[in-house]
Design a binder for this molecule. Sequence first.
Ligand code: NAD
Ligand code: 2YH
Length: 259
Amino acid sequence: MALLTPEDLKNINRQLQEADSAVRRVTGLDIKGVCKDFYGTTSCGEKIGIVPVTSGNGIIGNFSASLHAITEYFGFDSFVTNMPDVSGYYEAVRNGAQIILMADDNTFLAHNLKNGKIANNQPCTGIIYAEIASRYLKADSKDVLAVGLGKVGFPGVAHFVHKGFRVYGYDADRALLEKTVFSLGITPFDPENPRKFSIIFEATPCADTIPEAALSENCVISTPGIPCAISRELQEKYGVELVMEPLGIGTASMLYSVL
Ligand code: NAD
Ligand code: 2YH
């Protein structure tokens, strides 16, 4: 399981602004606009309690502070509790939080205490990156290359399939690829025999996972995967429109899904 590092979260406001610009170029809407349109919800500045969690590998430097910056960026009224864990949860509720955000090593959740809705970061991230890519204004077809079919990738691929896209999928784990081909009816992608795509979705914890031969001029790569799926050199060579950000797009998706 891949954990975020403080380094990934450096300059989160700048990363969010750049991601917002990329999402606008790809879809015509900003991140908030895609979330509102997709989930059919709007924010009224709900109060969010962010609770640091010490279990497992413990507190990640910048994690709670980044969630604070992200939630404020999207117009929510948020605070980080002074205490972690159960005491922090108690503090958040006592201080009027309507939505709780908290993460351990396995699960990052948003829980709306007013309507009972709860969201998990992994499917929410996969789905919103797929939704953004599915709206690519310059796409030349409904064919998608999806690399990485795990906890983030699988729900993203299921979303493309649900929207009527033809997905060509690849995962280094052969058994997982076969399972996904069977359960979602996608076509296995053979990296030894690639073809070009204008929409690429990537969700792996590895770098350089997209073969150069799969890139078409001005393709979109929508990728929550960390580190980046493609080198800067290839990005520039093919004029790739890259949608990639370490925490904020997925968090926005979680929050709009529980409103
Ligand atoms: P996971 O372990 O469940 O799935 C990753 C999948 O990638 C696995 O099935 C693995 O076999 C496959 N894979 C690994 N290397 C590969 C390669 N070279 N080519 C093809 N497939 C390969 O992990 P996950 O929870 O789905 O997370 C995926 C990535 O997304 C991680 O880097 C994680 O940190 C990141 N993530 C980012 C955000 C965000 O907001 N940006 C949110 C959640 C997760
Ligand atoms: O980064 C993670 C895990 N990969 C789960 C998220 C699913 N994408 N968790 C963050 C842990 C945060 C820590 N407990 C803290 O600082 O509160």
